[in-house]
Design a binder for this molecule. Structure first.
Ligand SMILES: [Cu+2]
Length: 480
């Protein structure tokens, strides 16, 4: 064997490295992870009278706030101490399919009583979250009906926030049960129903007569795992600018949040800065949506920050905001009527880039078609794990416009994995510059958004209502 000069140089370069490796290196313990998450049953003390048993991350609700640095690799060891396979989904991040946390994309399950090490480079910066991504079906002790959710904050390389401090609020319901029909708030989204979609919905209803399909309702409501009045109040000082990061970690509810006497300046949606930071009296969040908003504390007192629905607030959906030196019972007044409109936060006088391709998807509900559960179809097809359909092939670098047409009266928080999208038209209104990963589609309405196929790998699309995604409302996008 002859050794040429080049190989000699290579060997010479390697030698110090080889020499530096201790003999025991091969048998050494694996490097310590940045975080450890443990999935296990536990108790959440919502109030002294209401202690619920559910599945949690690290024995707490919400799961620990995970702070990451954009672009800096992160490793987490996830232990599954339960008797069923689990998945942790890193919602809103542009990471590979193998770690994203959806089995439909090819992420491996974390087997019962096993550990899986997950490692990826976090991006983009902003407010994200993590949650389980297993199918719950008819089991209300599985999936997002449990307490498996926690906030993630990815620090940008530079931090431009003009605020005094940050407060994370995780909204969540407990003790779910099924009923026929529900009471979802419907009138807070702008836009009018489309007649043709109402007609399509009516046709579907005529095919599937009978009692209404099952919906999920909840007994108890909490902010950061405490019912209104039972947690520590948010203590503020006059003149302070507080940046609230609000996450709706519900399995399927749409939530509102108001703070009487105060307004919210929305600076980011789903963790992405908005082109126009508009001021609003109420925040509305579909399942899995996040809103980051600054509140200037300029009305001293003790206030209830809570949901507009009296019943939900009465059962815990709120938190007390208390000014320094203020005394008395928390005050609540209903804010003036207000329609939630994503276009408020958009760029004015500009339109999104033209798409390379448009995909139209019609959403239909087959009332009670699956043993009493509603079945959801996209262009006539309910998602099946066997066929992995509906299935769309995309090409890297192309810009896709998805146009969803909702022939049902439900609001659907639509979610695309592993990509962000730009809103193009919501409730009949054009917009631009609003970047999200979940968007609420109103009953009998349409929504259009664009995404650039820039993260190769299988990509799941679904309604973020657990009950809808488990019964057909999913599709797979794959790269050619
Ligand atoms: Cu839905």
């Amino acid at each position: 064997m002859s050794i040429d000069r080049r190989s000699l140089v290579k060997f010479a370069a390697m030698a110090p490295m080889l020499g530096a490796l201790p003999r025991w290196a091969a048998a050494a313990e694996p490097e310590k992870p940045d975080y450890t998450l443990r999935i296990a049953g536990g108790l959440v003390e919502l109030s002294p009278q209401h202690i619920v048993a559910t599945t949690l991350y690290n024995g707490q609700f919400p799961g620990p706030l995970i702070r990451l640095k954009e672009g800096k690799r992160f490793t987490v060891d996830v232990y599954n101490d339960t008797d069923t396979p689990e998945l942790v989904h890193w919602h809103g991040q542009m990471i590979p399919s193998g770690v994203d946390g959806a089995s439909e994309e090819g992420t491996p399950f974390i087997a019962p009583h096993a550990m899986r090490r997950i490692s990826f480079v976090p991006k983009p910066s902003g407010f994200r979250f993590y949650h389980t991504h297993v199918v719950a079906g008819a089991d209300l002790n599985r999936g997002t009906y449990t307490g498996q959710a926690g906030p993630v904050y990815i620090e940008p390389v530079d931090n431009p926030g003009a605020y005094d401090r940050e407060v994370f609020l995780v909204l969540k319901e407990f003790l779910p049960s099924f009923s026929r029909g529900g009471d979802m708030a419907m009138d807070m989204l702008g836009g009018a129903p489309v007649r043709e979609l109402q007609a399509t919905g009516k046709q579907a209803d005529e095919k599937n007569k009978g009692p209404k399909g099952y919906e999920v309702g909840y007994e108890l409501f909490a902010v950061n795992g405490k019912m209104l009045g039972h947690g520590e109040p948010i203590r503020v000082k006059q003149g302070e600018r507080v940046l609230f990061h609000v996450l709706n970690a519900s399995a399927g509810e749409i939530r509102s949040l108001a703070l009487p006497g105060h307004v919210f300046k929305v600076v980011a949606l789903d963790g992405n800065p908005v082109p126009t930071p508009a001021t609003v009296p109420v925040l509305w969040l579909g399942t899995a949506e996040r809103v980051s908003a600054i509140v200037e504390m300029n009305r001293p007192g003790v206030w209830t920050m809570g949901d507009l629905a009296d019943d939900d607030r009465g059962h815990g959906m709120g938190i007390v905001v208390e000014y320094a030196n203020a005394r008395g019972q928390p005050q609540w007044t209903k804010p003036r009527p207000f329609k939630w409109d994503y276009a408020l936060f958009g760029k004015t006088g500009s339109a999104p880039d033209a798409p390379d391709e448009t995909i139209e998807i019609l959403i239909v509900k087959n009332n009670g078609a699956l043993s009493g559960f509603n079945q959801w179809t996209l262009n006539g097809e309910a998602f099946s794990m066997e066929t992995m359909k509906p299935h769309y092939t995309v090409r890297e670098g192309r810009r896709y416009r998805l146009k969803f047409r909702n022939a049902s009266d439900d609001i659907h928080p639509l979610h695309l994995h592993r990509h962000s999208f730009e809103l193009v038209r919501v409730g009949g209104k054009p917009t631009a510059g609003v970047i999200k990963d979940v968007v609420m589609l109103g009953g009998f309405q349409e929504v259009e958004f664009d995404f650039v196929a820039d993260n190769p790998g299988r990509t799941l699309f679904h309604c973020h209502q657990q009950l809808h995604m488990d019964f057909g409302f999913m599709a797979l996008f794959d790269y050619a």
